[in-house]
Design a protein around this ligand. Structure first.
Ligand code: FES
Ligand code: FES
Length: 158
């Protein structure tokens, strides 16, 4: 398979690698950068569950459905890029304190979808939160605690 030289900017760090032209972004993030970003979760592998969500230039995208070469040079954010040292991002704090995490498999994708929303719209309505998270499935929590956690972080929350 043809290898292409590419630079990926992930969580603020540039990575220059050779990548298969058909490699998926999830494969590159988890296995090819040399830093094992295993917070990018794969579940369905077919665009249906949102577990693999990352941000590209601030927009949530499904890394299992995205060719890595299509996001060369763009700013990619994974869950590993949110905390500052030992200080969790406010969304991470809210998910923990609100009981919005059970098995945690959906959590990175949920939080990144929520971040994508709040960065664009810091004071969303409950309906806007539900719409932003509609592509992220959770088998455990029943969604209410997740939505409440996002609303707590929004400017309208407390
Ligand atoms: S693993 Fe990508 S949408 Fe399910
Ligand atoms: S916490 Fe288990 S899938 Fe969401």
């Amino acid at each position: 398979m043809k290898k292409i030289e590419a630079t990926f900017i992930v969580n603020g760090n540039p990575y220059e690698i050779y990548v298969d032209s058909h490699a998926l972004l999830i494969e590159v993030l988890r296995d090819e950068l040399g830093c094992k970003l295993n917070g990018v979760h794969e579940s369905c592998g077919s665009g249906d569950c949102g577990a693999c969500t990352v941000l590209v230039d601030g927009e949530p995208i499904l890394s299992c459905m995205t060719l890595a070469v299509s996001v060369r040079g763009k700013a990619i954010t994974t869950i590993e890029g949110l905390a500052k040292g030992t200080e969790l991002h406010p969304l991470q704090e809210a998910f923990v304190s609100n009981g919005a995490i059970q098995c945690g498999y959906c959590t990175p994708g949920m939080i990144l979808s929520a971040k994508g929303l709040l960065d664009q719209n810091p004071n969303p309505s409950e309906l806007e939160v539900k719409k932003a998270l509609a592509g992220n499935l959770c088998r455990c929590t029943g969604y209410k605690k997740i939505i409440d956690a996002v609303l707590r972080v929004s400017k309208g929350g407390n």
